[in-house]
Design a protein around this ligand. Structure first.
Ligand code: ZN
Length: 485
């Protein structure tokens, strides 16, 4: 007789589900790593119990915008290179690293970034991947070699990954080609889509679920919930309109997510107006390219009118406040997006820091500094618990899952058992009651308060240590020495 795989019951002091922390519950998951129920500890039967003492369990966070290799830049761009340093001068420093990385380096840098994410309670990442070719601009024998190195890194760390494969064509409207962009460029949409299709085939789950009647690889790609693909036309600057139409049309037909940098810098908006007579949002909206599968990354330099028309399409925004403050990009008008019903996810983008608690609080704090007000994003209910914190935590979880098409985002039956714990005795949150614990975590917790991280029912971080932490850091230290000496 076959053994019936045993369920696991995670028993913690508090579990965050349906918008509140509840005591006395166990999170039960099956052998596939899916949540089967949240039940009272008294009602447990023969499940294997894992006691998480002095811990609160929260759903794993989703990092919706990452360029993993940029982890190598940390600390190396914090100086003045011209009379007026900006995003554009930073970009030249970033390119100087991007042009030098080997496939193995991309793997080591990505693993470092993903390790840091895991240690901070992140369980899935949307990787906006644009390094495609060898340093001389020639495609590798496998045109997806570097994308696969990034996916391998995520798998080895234990994160789920949406590989958002970037389309990049040109330096800009009427701009000379930039030789430092040759690793990114696929100049025709046909080549891009062929390579996207090849990547989708390689990440396809070996056991495609029944009921998926479509026979092509892209439709099946979503059947794997550990790695899947989406499309990412880099920006209106880097991808001309006809190419954009093909890529987004292709993605929509196959129900893939589309991510795109949008209105991060005023210069990008003015170049778009010069080329098309329309702002980036007006261009995409009037061309019918926005939908509920679309995420606009940054979306800072936009008008209230553009936000209102953007909202009609069901599209989302991904804000990256720690990068936006680091690069001097500006402030995401999250209050206007909230008022218009546009959902916001969060990303760590350039990895100046990797901490989604910090991204969450900065979304609110930037607005406080700008408007000289408090609780700017908190006006949506009259409840006395912190609706600001609840809103910000939803951005880091539920909205992130929707943005990248990940299966998690909440702890409820049928979802994967992706979660992290915080130590209730951590000095940054000690003394919180169950009513103000979420606000303590969102506004005040150090990343060090995260103690366990579980993805699909399997622990990847225990007592604040990742299973392969030492090796990942050692390899990354070697890479940094080689790159920068
Ligand atoms: Zn970005």
């Amino acid at each position: 007789m076959a053994n019936v795989p045993q369920e696991i019951a995670f028993v913690a002091d508090l579990i965050y589900s349906a918008g509140e922390f509840r005591p006395g519950l166990a999170l039960v998951c099956d052998a596939e790593g899916r949540v089967t129920s949240l039940v009272s500890v008294d009602h447990l039967t023969n499940q294997k119990r894992i006691r998480l003492a002095n811990r609160a369990v929260l759903p794993g966070m989703l990092n919706a915008h990452s360029h993993a290799f940029q982890r190598v830049l940390r600390g190396r761009t914090e100086y003045r290179t011209s009379d007026r340093d900006s995003f554009w001068t930073w970009r030249e420093l970033m390119y100087s690293a991007a042009t030098r990385l080997s496939p193995e380096d991309v793997y080591d840098a990505s693993r470092m970034a993903f390790l840091e994410m895991a240690l901070g309670g992140i369980t899935a990442v949307g990787e906006f991947h644009y390094l495609h070719h060898a340093p001389d601009g020639k495609p590798y024998d496998d045109p997806n070699l570097l994308a696969k190195e990034v996916i391998r890194a995520a798998g080895d760390v234990g994160l789920r990954i949406a590989l958002l494969r970037v389309a990049y064509v040109r330096s800009g409207f009427k701009a000379e080609p930039n030789p430092r962009q040759t690793r990114f460029i696929e100049s025709d949409a046909e080549t891009y889509l062929k390579n996207l299709d090849g990547l989708a085939t390689s990440v396809r789950s070996p056991t495609v679920r029944e009921g998926n009647s479509r026979n092509d690889a892209l439709a099946d790609a979503r059947a794997s919930d550990t790695a899947w693909v989406g499309v990412a036309p880099h920006s209106v600057r880097a991808v001309p309109l006809d190419y954009l139409r093909e890529v987004i049309g292709y993605a929509n037909e196959r129900d893939l997510k589309t991510h795109m940098h949008l209105a991060e810098q005023p210069a990008e908006v003015s170049a778009c107006v010069e080329e098309y007579g329309r702002t980036p949002i007006a261009l995409l909206e009037s061309e019918g390219l926005l939908s509920d599968r679309f995420t606009a990354v940054h979306a800072i330099h936009v008008t209230p009118k553009a936000i209102a028309s953007f909202a009609q399409t069901g599209a989302m925004v991904c804000a990256c406040p720690t990068t936006e403050r680091n690069l001097g990009d500006g402030v995401v008008p999250a209050d206007e997006y909230l008022r218009n019903g546009v959902e916001i996810s969060l990303g760590t983008d350039s990895h100046a820091q990797i901490d989604l608690f910090e991204e969450s609080r900065e979304l609110e704090y930037h607005l406080r500094l700008q408007k000289l007000e408090r609780a700017v994003l908190g006006a949506r209910t009259s409840s006395s618990a912190s609706d600001t914190a609840a809103y910000l935590f939803d951005c880091a979880t539920i909205n992130g899952a929707r943005s990248i098409g990940a299966p998690g985002g909440a702890l409820e039956a049928g979802k994967p058992a992706d979660f992290f714990t915080v130590d209730l005795n951590d000095p940054t949150i000690a003394g919180a009651s169950s009513d103000d614990l979420l606000a303590s975590i969102v506004f005040s917790a150090s990343r060090a308060a995260v103690r366990e991280v579980v993805v699909g029912g399997k622990p990847i971080v225990s007592e604040g240590q990742h299973l392969i932490q030492e090796e990942v850091i050692e390899r990354f230290n070697e890479l940094q020495k080689r790159l920068w000496s």
